[in-house]
Design a protein around this ligand. Structure first.
Ligand code: ZN
Length: 274
């Protein structure tokens, strides 16, 4: 049997399942980690969700997702900080060591301004994050999302913010879907790990053609992402964490989720052994 000790799945990957069913099925399939999306924790609440996951022999890897800091008005920016504090509290109740940040972007203003607001937002959360022992994990997103989802589009930009704020409560998530195209990816992965900031690694594949910019991610091995290469860089850099399967797919969500989970485990095993 293949080694699944580093296999984590994001609950959104099997979106049609409630958390109770996902936990049951993942545990049976030998999955070791779960990254919990906010809506899936609502069935039981954060504390009970975390307990259920641990009782089933799995670990909560991260809570997803906070962020969305940039806004044109001060009032909205302050509301974002309050929302993020609440999510940090939920992550702590869940027992998640990190809160993944989709940093946000405001199309009415320059990306540079949005980046300043993102850094400011993260800085204003550090004390709260430290108190609750939850790391704020910056996830750079593909530039196709620079309009409204994130002004942080390269690993270099995420590294720069993480290094500028110099807190052990701030780190970075590398997601192959967002970063595979970057010619500087290898250097930035090494830089991220060397500075103690490489906290999470998300995997899936880029379908060719891609039919939807958000909801058409592929299983590992189905698309054009050089997964072997990126995995090697991440592991050679010294990363010891989970390899988190995060697939948003209208196509797979319409299928039997048990078959889909079998496919995930198979494609993960092929990926892991390659
Ligand atoms: Zn991700």
């Amino acid at each position: 049997m293949s080694d699944k000790s580093k296999l984590c799945i994001h609950t959104i990957t099997t979106k049609p399942w409630k958390l109770t069913e996902a936990v049951d099925r993942y545990a049976q399939a030998g999955v070791k980690g779960i990254s919990v999306w906010q809506d899936s924790a609502q069935e039981l609440g954060a504390t009970k969700s975390g307990n259920l996951i641990r009782e089933n022999g799995m670990e909560v890897v991260s809570y997803v997702r906070g962020g969305f800091f940039p806004h044109a008005t001060k009032g909205k920016r302050e509301k974002a900080i309050a929302d993020n504090k609440k999510m940090i509290d939920e992550a702590a109740e869940l027992g998640a060591p990190m809160l993944v940040l989709v940093c946000g972007a405001e199309p009415e203003q320059a990306l540079e301004e949005s980046r300043k607001q993102i850094q400011g937002g993260i800085e204003s959360l550090i004390d709260h994050a430290a108190q609750r022992k939850v790391e704020l994990t910056i996830e750079p997103l593909h530039p196709m999302y620079a309009d409204t989802r994130s002004a942080i589009n390269t690993l270099q930009q995420a590294n720069e913010i993480a290094e500028a704020v110099t807190s052990e409560w701030v780190g970075v998530a590398v997601d192959v879907y967002h970063l595979w195209w970057d010619p500087d990816l290898k250097n930035q992965i090494y830089r991220c790990q060397k500075n103690g900031n490489l906290s999470a690694f998300h995997i899936c594949d880029w379908n060719v053609p891609t039919n939807d910019m958000l909801l058409d991610r592929g299983l590992m091995g189905e698309g054009c992402i050089p997964l072997d290469q990126i995995k090697k860089w991440v592991m050679d850099s010294g990363f010891k964490g989970y390899h988190e399967v995060e697939i948003f797919s209208e196509k797979f969500w319409k299928t039997d989720q048990k078959d889909f989970l079998d496919k995930i485990v198979k494609s993960y095993s092929a990926y892991w052994e390659s």
